[in-house]
Design a protein around this ligand. Structure first.
Ligand SMILES: C[S@@+](CC[C@H](N)C(=O)[O-])C[C@H]1O[C@@H](n2cnc3c(N)ncnc32)[C@H](O)[C@@H]1O
Length: 281
């Protein structure tokens, strides 16, 4: 199902443009890197034993599909995402895995869900991008049954996640157009402030809010480092429009800044996140 999702908004443009396509292209690398977070949400789903699960900002659907594989035919599974390229990939993965998962290409903050359809709402890094997060979480609450469980994972601050910001910091002296991270703005670190997340959920009508810091060990093959730093995040977006000679100089500088994360054939780092739990009233 497809509904209009506010073409013109920054996040719509981002996730339907090169950023969305880059995520699809590098989905295998991203899924391997984020596998520990997927496992945490699958475990949370097993504990809740829901009948109808919604995955918000589901991207190419790996978490939605992992929950569906684990819980099986006793429940219904839906993913919602604003990005057309991500939804095409999600449909494709579901078809190949023969999993009956429904994907909706729409803006989760305004989509007219069937009221009280879901008894569990999950997200792996998919809820920090709303222009109006209170409206978004109120909309999700309307989609939730009474006592439904909300469980999502979001990044803590850039300072607590130095791996995630190494590329932009190392490249900044060479790239005058490197955008600054704006606290609380929609984006990767939009939910860095746990007190703000609590305020958003309270204002949106969620109860029993529990926001727990979580440090998660992440690992990826050293061979994935250059593709990672040249395609993901703000630097990836800038390199797409940079001439090859300038690109080569930037990549050399930035690659060296990651040396401290190299452990033989692996890259190891710790991710600082929030595991957020809440209940619909
Ligand atoms: C960081 S990605 C995470 C994707 C996926 N959950 C994963 O872990 O691979 C964030 C996702 O949120 C989606 N997104 C951003 N704003 C959205 C909105 N307003 N409604 C629905 N999805 C949105 C993006 O299209 C993107 O797929």
């Amino acid at each position: 199902m497809t509904v209009p999702s506010r073409p013109g908004s920054d996040q719509f443009t981002l996730w339907n443009g090169p950023t969305g396509r880059t995520w699809v292209e590098h989905q295998a690398m991203i899924d391997a890197l984020f596998a520990p977070f997927e496992a945490l949400l699958v475990d949370a789903a097993v504990a809740v034993a829901p009948r109808a699960v919604l995955d918000v900002g589901c991207g190419a659907g790996s978490t939605t599909l992992a929950v569906a594989r684990r819980l099986g035919a006793g429940a219904h599974y839906t993913g919602i995402d604003i990005s057309d390229p991500m939804m095409v990939a999600a449909h494709d993965h579901a078809a190949r895995q023969r999993l009956p998962v429904r994907f909706i290409r729409a803006d989760a903050q305004s989509y007219e869900f069937v009221p009280a359809e879901f008894d569990m709402i999950i997200s792996r890094f998919g809820v920090m991008f709303f222009d109006d997060p209170i409206r978004a979480f109120a909309n999700l609450r309307h989609a939730a049954q009474s006592r439904a469980a909300l469980r999502f994972i979001a990044w803590r601050s850039p300072e607590e996640n130095p791996f995630m910001t190494t590329a932009e910091r190392a490249a900044a002296p060479l790239v005058p157009t490197m955008p600054a991270r704006v606290p609380d703005a929609p984006g990767q670190f939009g939910f860095a402030d746990g007190r703000r997340v609590r305020h958003i959920l309270e204002q949106a009508g969620w109860t029993s809010i529990d926001i727990r810091p979580m440090d998660v060990a992440c690992v990826m093959p050293a061979t994935a480092l250059t593709p990672y730093l040249t395609h993901m995040g703000p630097l990836g977006a800038i390199l797409r429009d940079t001439d090859p000679a300038t690109q080569a100089g930037i990549i050399q500088t930035v690659r060296a800044a990651f040396d401290r994360y190299v452990d033989g054939t692996q890259i190891r780092f710790t991710s600082a996140c929030w595991m957020v739990a809440a209940t619909a009233p």
